[in-house]
Write a protein that binds this ligand. Structure first.
Ligand code: NAP
Length: 180
């Protein structure tokens, strides 16, 4: 199972304000739909409650809440990261997507293999939720798209970047082990 995160960030890693997205980008929505369709999506209770039409279609929706009585139609609810990672539908999927918000990106960050980042070319002063810093010692850029211009369907210019986690060097670890 490959654990991916998908997020749209502004120039300071802002992702939302007042429990809403920072802006509307039709191109980002299309990219989100095409990447996540058919895969389980993992989100926090607040993000779930901000979805205009409830659970996302054609995807198993997994929603985290610490409230054991939080039960949803059309979504699996879980009380912890470990519970999510133990779900059969997660373990048996080729790819799963963590789709936010801030607290859920943070909670799953150490488990992530790949980051699909939409970079919005703007700084929103009033952003109140953020994506974790992407430390270039631990992440390599896999691909960067051309920049897409703002237009009537996209509030700001943006581009896509994909990061892959740099895995430890096995030989280095083995060499160290041989010295003990
Ligand atoms: N730009 C983007 O790509 C993007 C994507 C998604 C969301 N967002 C934005 O992010 C913001 C929301 O982020 P947020 O951090 O406030 O909310 P959130 O992560 O969506 O949801 C927070 C809730 O998730 C539950 N939770 C969090 N950590 C948990 C854990 N370890 N175990 C069990 N349950 C856990 C708690 O629910 P209970 O309170 O019920 O216990 C918590 O209140 C919004 O503005 C949204 O629009 C942006």
């Amino acid at each position: 199972m490959e654990l991916c995160m998908i997020v749209a960030v502004d120039e300071r890693n802002g992702i939302g304000r007042n429990n809403e997205l920072l802006c509307h980008l039709s191109g980002d929505m299309k990219n989100f739909k095409s990447l996540t369709s058919g895969c389980p999506v993992i989100m926090g209770r607040k993000t779930y409650e901000s979805l205009p039409n409830g659970a996302l279609p054609k995807r198993v929706n997994i929603v985290l809440s610490r409230d054991e009585n939080y039960i949803l139609d059309g979504a699996i609810t879980c009380e912890s990261v470990e519970e999510v990672l133990g779900l059969r539908v997660v373990k048996n999927s080729q790819r799963v997507f963590v789709i936010g918000g801030e607290s859920i990106y943070k909670a799953f960050f150490d488990h992530a293999d790949k980051l699909y980042v939409t970079c919005i070319r703007h700084h929103f002063e009033d952003a109140d939720t953020f994506f974790p810093e992407i430390d270039i010692d631990h992440w390599r850029i896999n691909s960067v798209s051309d920049e897409f211009k703002a237009d009537e369907k996209n509030d700001y210019p943006y581009f896509f970047a994909v990061y892959e986690r740099i895995r430890g060097n096995v030989h280095y670890v083995e060499d160290e082990f041989n010295e003990i």
